[in-house]
Unconditional design. Structure first.
Length: 220
């Protein structure tokens, strides 16, 4: 019986929102606009670049702007960063328990590889599922379902960790037990999108109880 932990990447395995915000603020300024926290939360956070940029900057070359934005993000991140607190201990526990591990992200593959290498955890995950490489990206559940198919895990044997409403909708719709990470959004906002529970990070005192669900025959 295969059991798995499935992780989003940005804001879930590392705190990356401040870097993304800074890059978007630059791009907004260069286009004569001002980025606000409300715009970032409601129109950018968790959204797909190629859907978002034409709405933010009508008439732009969405692909070129997306590529430039992600290049600047990788440059700001650099080659070394800290993972979300408690991540390494959780991955070590997963190894002891025999739980499979995958990352499921809408980030471009170059970003996904770069971020995982920057936090020193690329070799801990057997799968890196990229939304753009699936038939449909988040908030569609397909990226999570693709991870489950490749791991040979049923939805009711998976825990999924997400930090955005878009990603949470994908995780919840996949049938996994969806857990919100409160790195950017509140408990209520994450639950509104489908979270069954939320944690501050992987040192949260409630996490062991949530992990206990994976030790049963299925997750209620």
């Amino acid at each position: 019986m295969t059991k798995a932990l499935l992780f989003d990447l940005d804001g879930t395995l590392l705190v990356s929102d401040p870097l993304h915000y800074a890059v978007f603020a630059e791009i907004f300024a260069e286009n004569g606009k001002e980025l606000t926290p409300e715009i970032y939360e409601t129109r950018i956070h968790g959204h797909h670049n190629l859907e978002m940029f034409p709405k933010l900057f009508p008439g732009c070359d969405a692909q070129a702007l997306s590529d430039e934005k992600e290049r600047r993000f990788r440059e700001r991140l650099g080659d070394g960063a800290d993972p979300m607190p408690g991540t390494v201990a959780l991955l070590d526990q997963a190894d002891r328990e025999g739980w499979r591990l995958a990352v499921v992200t809408n980030a471009p593959r170059e970003n996904g590889e770069h971020m995982l290498n920057a936090i020193g955890l690329r070799d801990r995950f057997e799968l890196l599922i990229i939304g753009d490489e699936c038939a449909r990206a988040k908030p569609d559940p397909e990226p999570y379902l693709a991870a489950m198919r490749q791991l040979g895990a049923e939805p009711h044997h998976c825990l999924a960790f997400e930090d955005s409403q878009s990603g949470m909708r994908a995780a919840a719709r996949s049938g996994a037990y969806a857990i919100g990470v409160r790195s950017g959004l509140s408990h209520d906002r994450l639950c509104e999108a489908g979270a069954k529970a939320t944690i501050a990070d992987y040192t949260d005192a409630t996490l062991p109880t949530l992990l206990d669900r994976l030790r049963g025959e299925s997750i209620p």
